[in-house]
Design a protein. Structure first.
Length: 438
């Protein structure tokens, strides 16, 4: 275990990039020898410099002079490329750093524990149960510090492409200008914009410095998604081909070892087309309200869902999303499934081209204008048209997200049933240990 986290670190969070940044400093912020407050505008010059107050800078840091200082950024995009994408003004604690380039990049420099109070309010609702918030604080802290621990390390290749196959995975990039981004690609971080509660503060303080560690004492790469669909996916089926012992297949139920082999097509079909008992199989609006913020609740179907496309719709969609003209879509064929039944390799058969694509997020991106809820689906082709191609395709699926690690809706149900946060963590991260770093 690295001793670099013997005290609480700060994290640099990339919030937004724009040609013209409008922001307001509430309270006095220090810039070199001056104190600045009020409404501000920064733009980017042709040479990549940040232009503020008539002067050019390679970068600017507005340092908060007290914990009460807050800055507000206008038109922050949230839910990038997802169905809930929108803009909103957001407020943040900490120091504001601006970096030039093709755009102005706004970065929040904030202590890790303050960051976590926002994350668990942004990823879920601040009204969630204390035990669920404690569990989420631990996994969010573990994931963040694991990213900081490997900062500067060379990223593994994330694309393998041939004439017959395109396999891509989308993990958190090694950002050059900041540690993590503020959107779903890393962890949702919306500053103090989302309403927090004393329960959130209690959850963060009660678990201060507490992380999940693996059997070798290293930080766990703790992952989470909205709804696993009933069975957990394994890390290597979504990202780089590395197995983590604490991210293994289990059923999301009190009997975690009672699950079918969903890598087999017939088992996966039966599982997805039914609605087996699981913690995350719930319609309880009170529990769902603990996990789903207002824009998340625009979607009600997540444990099991259905999407329908006409031939014209799916052919145009796949062409636009993949950049490849497959012609008429003749079939969408499962090639390989992961432990949760999620497709990790799928064959697109077209009248002009046939190609195998993966991993799960590439499949979800290709079959939706934003992101399909998950890649755990079966395909039902409609009757053949005059050209021999199916006139429609129906996708029947399970879960929301990649399904690796903690299932947020399942964990909310466990919290409501009285499970302590330590049991929630051991359910979703079997074999991981709890360790206090600072």
């Amino acid at each position: 275990m690295s001793n670099k986290f013997s005290k609480e670190p700060s994290v640099h969070v990339g919030i937004m990039e724009t040609k013209e940044l409008r922001f307001t400093l509430f309270g006095q912020f220090r810039l070199q020898d001056s104190l600045v407050e009020g409404q501000q505008t920064a733009t980017v010059a042709p040479d990549g410099s940040v232009v503020w107050n008539g002067d050019k800078y390679a970068e600017i840091i507005f340092e908060a002079t007290s914990p009460e200082c807050v800055f507000e950024l206008e038109d922050v995009v949230i839910g990038v490329n997802f169905h809930w994408e929108r803009k909103e003004n957001q407020r943040f604690k900490g120091d504001l750093k601006l970096i030039g380039g093709k755009t102005v990049t706004a970065i929040d420099i904030v202590p890790v524990e303050d960051y976590l109070a926002s994350v668990i309010s942004s990823e879920m609702s601040a009204t969630a149960s204390l035990e669920l918030l404690k569990a989420h604080a631990v996994i969010s802290r573990s994931w963040l510090l694991a990213q900081l621990d490997k900062r500067g390390a060379k990223a593994a290749p994330s694309k393998m492409e041939t004439d017959t196959e395109r396999i891509v995975w989308y993990d958190r990039d090694n950002h050059d200008q900041f540690d993590v981004c503020a959107d779903d690609h890393c962890q949702r971080y919306q500053g103090i914009t989302r309403q927090t509660t004393p329960t959130v503060d209690q959850a963060v303080e009660a678990t201060r410095g507490l992380v999940l560690t693996n059997k070798d004492g290293g930080l766990c790469d703790a992952r989470f998604s909205k709804c696993c669909g009933g069975v957990f996916e394994e890390f290597e089926n979504c990202w780089e081909p590395v197995h983590h012992h604490y991210l293994e297949v289990r059923r999301d139920s009190p009997a975690p070892n009672d699950y079918p082999d969903l890598t087999k097509e017939e088992n996966a079909r039966q599982w997805i087309l039914s609605a087996p008992e699981a913690f995350c199989n719930t319609t309880d609006s009170v529990i769902l309200g603990q996990v789903l913020n207002n824009y998340d609740q625009e979607t009600n179907d997540f444990y099991r869902w259905t999407v329908e496309y006409s031939q014209n719709e799916i052919a145009e969609l796949i062409k636009n999303r993949s950049g490849i003209d497959f012609g008429a879509i003749l079939a969408l064929e499962p090639v390989e499934r992961g432990t949760s039944g999620r497709l990790i390799r799928m064959r697109i058969v077209g009248s002009k081209k046939t190609l195998v694509i993966g991993k799960e997020l590439e499949i979800r991106r290709t079959l939706s204008t934003s992101h399909l809820f998950s890649s755990a689906f079966v395909v039902e082709a409609g009757e053949a048209g005059a050209d021999g191609a199916p006139v429609s395709f129906t996708l029947r699926g399970a879960g929301w997200g990649h399904g690796v690690g903690l299932c947020q809706i399942g964990a909310a149900v466990m919290g409501a049933k009285g499970y302590p946060y330590t049991d929630i963590l051991s359910h979703y991260f079997p074999g991981a240990d709890l360790t206090t770093l600072y």
